[in-house]
Design a protein around this ligand. Structure first.
Ligand code: PLP
Length: 261
């Protein structure tokens, strides 16, 4: 099974392309990696970012599409209007029938901005409607829906608004809400489902959003239905958080391969 991740490179190895790659391998699948940007970062902060130009992005997508059969796609950091347009065109022309999980990344877990252009409108009009599922956190959902989120019921309302604006399904990760740090809300055209999780008291862990979206893409590619793919992926990330380890002086890193210790 081949899973393509289209995302940014994280030199610290825990998030972005490198986090996706570990998640995909841990799910027994083969990772294909198209890089949208290169970041210089460690567990404490993002030092700089260089966007991969439209031509090289397009060549990477073409190279992958002409040789490999794809079973699932995950998108992470798409830092420019041009990169969103390129990925949307790729989706329309090559692989509209396989699952696409899109994590609308705007900033790193450290709070550092990863996107300097206003990409929200183009993301919503071009890519969001082509995704099987989008996985914003609360801050991203606020920006995309234009609604303030202070409670779980605001989360559901924002999800419904994103469906109205063209998304097929939305998983809003509740981790930034003070009343709750483990319940996510899955909204589809017909349902609102609370996906409860176990509250874990940990320091900041790097790469959890990337891992969740990649794990869902792997499970959808194996033909799991949306709700069980989300629940299974959430269990996967919870386990990786429980075993998270210290690599540098800042955030902890997910343990994708517990036997590694
Ligand atoms: N993509 C890249 C390239 C990143 O560097 C990061 C975080 O540093 C992210 C995405 C988002 O990571 P997370 O899964 O912690 O939200």
């Amino acid at each position: 099974m081949n899973i393509l991740t289209i995302a940014g490179s994280d030199s610290s190895g825990g998030a972005g392309i490198q986090g996706d790659l570990q998640t995909i391998v841990a799910h027994g699948a083969n990772p294909l990696t198209v890089v949208t940007a290169i970041t210089a970062q460690n567990s404490k902060s993002v030092e700089s970012i260089q966007v991969v130009d439209k031509r090289l992005l397009s060549q990477q997508l073409k190279a992958v599409a002409e040789d490999f059969r794809l079973h699932g796609i995950k998108t992470g950091l798409l830092p420019t209007v041009a990169s969103i347009e390129e990925v949307a065109a790729f989706r329309r022309s090559h692989n509209i029938d396989i699952p696409l999980v899109s994590d609308p990344v705007l900033s790193a877990g450290t709070g550092d901005e990863l996107v300097s252009e206003n990409i929200l409108d183009i993301y919503m009009s071009e890519l969001m409607p082509l995704a099987t599922l989008i996985t914003p956190n609360v801050l991203e959902a606020e920006k995309l829906s234009g609604r303030r989120i202070d409670s779980l019921s605001d989360v559901a309302t924002a999800g419904v608004e994103l469906i109205r604006r063209g998304a097929s399904a939305v998983l809003i990760k509740g981790g930034h809400l003070s009343e709750n740090n483990a319940t996510d809300v899955l909204v589809t055209e017909t349902q609102e489902i609370l996906i409860e999780g176990e509250s874990l008291e940990t320091e900041n862990v790097h790469g959890t959003g990337c891992a969740l979206a990649s794990a869902i893409a792997c499970r959808l590619a194996k033909h799991e239905d949306l709700e069980s793919a989300v629940r299974g992926a959430k269990d996967y990330v919870r386990q990786a958080i429980k075993e998270a380890f210290r690599l540098g002086c800042g955030s902890l890193y997910l343990q994708h391969f517990p036997a590694n210790g």
